[in-house]
Design a protein around this ligand. Structure first.
Ligand SMILES: Nc1ncnc2c1ncn2[C@@H]1O[C@H](COP(=O)(O)OP(=O)(O)OP(=O)(O)O)[C@@H](O)[C@H]1O
Ligand SMILES: [Mg+2]
Length: 510
């Protein structure tokens, strides 16, 4: 007998709201620093801001706070309470970037122990609220900021407070900041983080930054002297800004009929081979910058990747497809809260099989054309074709990996890593086929590094040479007799060289 009930019988309901402990989960969404800052700027854009300033506040050698200041419409007290409430906002304009009502809280508390929001509108005085992790944990107790302080913070950033409207978000005890009081460390951190922020914001918000009336400035401010330095305006980084197309038939617009959503526009482009433009190079690696660039309301929400439609491959390195997502929530394209990725249901892949342009050309043809453009481009002068090579893996510096991937066509397979590990003193290297790793004997590590620090990607020259010399060995399951002999030969010569290196160091020390 079939006793399965298709409906589950219930007897009533109970109110079970989340416990305040939920804040821990909310603040552990794995936001990268630049992704979290972008989330705040999304809110500024939604508030109609024309200028957004990201200030790193520095007290001598130490970084103390991060401020995101915008000249958007601002919020009155009631609106600020809704803004600070997790999931507080319920309705949105069709064009707004926000959709979950959690970004501000989740992004901020992922990176700071406390977030203070101060806001003022054309008609209301400055008001402020603060979430501390502690307050949030103890039953969502949000602090009310002293209105005088709120006003003074606003005055600090604006010369004409009467005319001003806008919002300041302040992060304190930022986890990403270096904890040392060492000025040099702080400078190094700032250089790195400025670069990261510039690239991320430039890329994901490029359509806004291309407009004349929208700017993002990043700067460091000394809290005591109020000097501002390292100031720079974020420039747009348009992943489709190729100077010439890599294929004369492109870019081309395809329409994909997505079931349950309707027609979705795809703008398919082919980059010219070996472009050195930042717009091409700075966006991920060769393997992950190809594919779909999803935009929602002009904001890039995913930069590259094929979403399971196919595997990334070297031959598609020039293919980039801008996909305009519907702004309404739907089941085919699901955004993550961080808006740094799109999950697609099979309906999307199905629609690509049916996608055509207005001349009836199929989307599949585009992929072939992009591959052709790559093949033509990878032919060297005199028709020389470079051999396909296994991709570089761990242990090699990112710049080296990029150079290898640019210069050599990549073979599909496990990347070859080059790592240190202690081996018998008579050998310089070993081969681990299981993990596709060349192991360098760490007994010689210091001799190679000198005074430089050990790091995962240290000794770039030695490792690159080893990779170039040995990567072919990983192409087959088992080495041929010839290869075994070749390894034997390299082993003896390199061991002699390594010992000479050691001897040399010992001599120069005395
Ligand atoms: N800089 C700002 N200026 C004006 N209003 C803001 C600002 N930042 C946040 N808000 C208000 O607070 C609300 C909540 O922001 P929050 O980022 O938490 O969620 P959201 O933007 O609604 O959705 P999402 O979770 O998708 O980001 C916003 O909808 C907006 O009304
Ligand atoms: Mg938001």
């Amino acid at each position: 007998m079939n006793d399965w009930r298709f409906d589950v019988p219930t007897t009533g309901t109970k109110h079970l709201p989340p416990d305040a402990r939920y804040v821990e989960a909310l603040s552990s969404q794995g936001y990268a620093f630049e992704v979290a800052v972008a989330d705040l700027i999304d809110n500024s854009i939604d508030a109609g801001a024309r200028d957004v300033v990201v200030h790193f506040l520095r007290d001598g050698p130490r970084l103390v706070s991060l401020l995101v200041v915008d000249d958007g419409c601002g919020m009155n007290e009631g609106q600020l309470d809704v803004a600070m409430t997790v999931g507080g906002r319920r309705t949105y304009e069709e064009s707004s970037l926000g959709m979950f009502g959690t970004g501000l809280k989740s992004a901020s508390l992922s990176h700071a122990e406390a977030v203070t929001v101060v806001s003022t509108t054309k008609t209301t005085r400055s008001v402020g609220r603060r979430w501390t992790m502690e307050g949030a944990r103890s039953n969502f107790q949000c602090d009310v900021v002293d209105p005088d302080y709120a006003q003074s913070l606003v005055d600090r950033y604006y010369d004409k407070p009467i005319l001003w409207h806008g919002t300041i978000v302040r992060w304190d005890a930022v986890k990403d900041f270096p904890s040392t009081g060492d000025s040099r460390q702080t400078d190094m951190y700032l250089n790195r983080v400025f670069n990261k922020l510039g690239l991320h914001l430039g890329l994901h918000l490029h359509r806004f930054l291309e407009r004349d009336d929208f700017n993002i400035t990043i700067a460091v401010e000394d809290v005591r002297s109020r000097n501002v330095y390292m100031q720079f305006g974020v420039g747009p980084l348009n992943p489709f800004a190729h100077p010439v197309s890599g294929h004369r038939d492109y870019p081309r617009r395809f329409t994909a009929p997505v079931e349950g959503v309707g027609d979705v526009q795809l703008e398919a482009a082919v980059w010219p081979p070996k472009s050195s433009k930042t717009e091409f190079k700075a966006v991920g690696t060769v393997m992950n910058k190809q594919g779909f660039y999803f935009y929602r309301n002009d904001r890039l929400v995913q930069a590259g990747g094929w979403n399971g439609f196919r595997q990334p491959e070297q031959h598609l390195a020039l293919a980039r497809v801008a996909v305009e997502l519907p702004s309404k929530h739907n089941d085919v394209f699901r955004l993550t809260v961080k808006k740094s990725g799109v999950e697609t249901s099979p309906a999307f892949a199905d629609s690509l099989e049916k996608a055509t342009d207005d001349e009836g050309r199929e989307f599949g043809q585009y992929l072939k054309d992009a591959q052709d453009a790559y093949r033509r481009g990878s032919k060297r002068a005199g028709g020389v074709q470079r051999p396909e090579t296994l991709p570089p893996g761990e242990g090699l510096a990112p710049a080296v990996r990029e150079a290898i991937e640019t210069e050599l066509p990549m073979k599909w397979g496990d990347p070859v890593s080059v790592l240190w590990e202690e081996l018998d003193q008579n050998v310089f290297f070993d081969i681990d086929r299981e993990t596709s790793t060349v192991i360098l004997n760490s007994r010689f590590r210091e001799a190679v590094l000198g005074d430089r620090k050990r790091a995962l990607d240290d000794a770039p020259l030695i490792k690159t040479l080893t990779y170039l010399l040995l990567n072919k060995l990983f192409e087959s399951e088992r080495p041929s007799a010839k290869q075994r002999d070749h390894i034997q030969m390299l082993q003896s010569i390199l061991a002699a060289a390594a010992h000479a290196e050691l001897g040399h160091v010992a001599e120069s020390e005395t």
